[in-house]
Design a protein around this ligand. Structure first.
Ligand code: SF4
Length: 367
């Protein structure tokens, strides 16, 4: 356990004692006082020392499981809020995201009586892609009083033109950094209510997803932690297996996003750059116009999304649409639902809950 910066003499043994009794609450890389506070909060379900908990909520199964984990750990619903980053922004046409994800998030929050805030980079994915000798766009977010916060937009000028490519390097896979990670950090740094406050910032990574995630910590200082602001990054489902995640959704009667029911194994952007051949084939069938637009961008840039050099068209032709694998009776209904901007009600009777077609599939992509 890393106990840097702690002033308590006997803190190591005190934290260790609490952690031993709580195998799921390993508080590492935090100042001792914070580690103690957290482990005791999990033990006693007393969260009075935390002003709020913010969940980075994609609408996917892991972020839904985080909400379940927090509510089952006794975190008060009135201090819990969901944040969803809209990848396409609000000023451009829809390009990468699922048409109904925004509404799914709304319905999820309403079903559990939780606050929900949206955030986005102005112009979203498409403006960032077409940036030409201009700074990256400002970030905007919904504030508690109903106004829109804004920061940034005055950075160095730059030109993009290249679609993000499959890479662990966030400069190459720029979509994750510019449209998700930096957007969340900008909100935390610029909302006055987070200053002089203690916040848990929750994300849904799980160790079994990849070797890099297997090394993540359950609790650590968030990058936005400062002298004025306490922000603890918390990963409540880090040690959960996929089975536990689906079971949590069933237990709480949470209808999975339609992408899972169509056969996708994770909810990322619909046009996620990490998609496999079958996903590209599915997208070509579901959204042929958007597919052609992304294809034109790929051709214009002179580089393919895949490092193999195969175009998304070649990959789609090499794959099989997930829709072809669905039972005949469900296919048309699910296709229509995938194209809809309105989601079906999220809350359902656990007795009617069914594992979606995409469960335990080939998970591709880091976010
Ligand atoms: S889900 Fe895929 S396309 Fe979307 S931001 Fe993440 S890596 Fe990029």
């Amino acid at each position: 356990m890393n106990c840097a910066g702690c002033s308590m003499k006997d803190c190591a043994s005190r934290v260790e004692a609490v952690c031993k009794s709580l195998p799921k609450a390993k508080a590492t890389a935090l100042p001792h006082e914070e580690a103690l506070r957290l482990t005791q909060a999990f033990a006693t379900r007393d969260w009075t020392e935390y002003d709020r908990c913010v969940v980075a909520f994609s609408g996917g199964k892991d972020s839904a499981a985080c909400v379940v984990a927090l509510l089952e750990a006794g975190f008060p619903a009135d201090r819990l809020e969901l944040w969803h980053h809209e990848i396409d922004g609000r000023e451009s046409e829809a390009l990468f995201d699922w048409p109904q994800t925004t509404d799914y998030c709304r319905k999820f929050a309403a079903a559990f009586g939780l606050k929900l805030r949206f955030s986005w980079k102005v112009g979203g994915f498409e403006r960032e892609l077409n940036r030409n000798e201009t700074p990256t766009a400002p970030t905007r977010w919904e504030r508690e009083d109903g106004t829109i916060g804004e920061t940034g937009g005055k950075g160095p000028k730059g030109t993009r033109g290249l679609l993000p490519q499959v890479s662990p390097d966030l400069k190459v896979r720029w979509c994750s950094a510019y449209l998700k990670i930096d957007v969340g950090a900008a909100m935390l740094r610029n909302e006055p209510r987070f200053a002089e406050a203690r916040t848990l910032f929750v994300t849904g990574e799980r160790r079994e997803e990849s070797s890099s995630r297997s090394k993540y910590m359950e609790f650590e200082k968030d990058r936005t932690w400062s002298n004025k602001r306490t922000v603890v990054r918390c990963r409540p489902v880090l040690d959960w297996g996929e089975e536990e995640v689906w079971e949590a959704l069933r237990r709480w009667g949470i209808r999975p996003h339609v992408a899972y029911r169509a056969g996708f194994s994770r909810l990322s952007c619909a046009f996620c750059i990490f998609g496999n051949d079958d996903q590209w084939a599915t997208l070509l069938e579901m959204f042929p116009d958007v597919f052609e637009k992304v294809e034109r961008y790929e051709a214009k840039s002179g580089k393919t999304i895949a490092r193999s050099g195969k175009t998304i068209r070649e990959r789609a032709e090499n794959g099989t649409s997930y829709l072809a694998k669905l039972p005949e009776a469900e296919r048309a209904e699910i296709l229509a639902e995938c194209r809809a901007t309105e989601a079906t009600e999220v809350k359902m009777d656990p007795a009617d809950w069914k594992l979606p077609a995409g469960a335990f599939g080939n998970s591709m992509g880091p976010c």
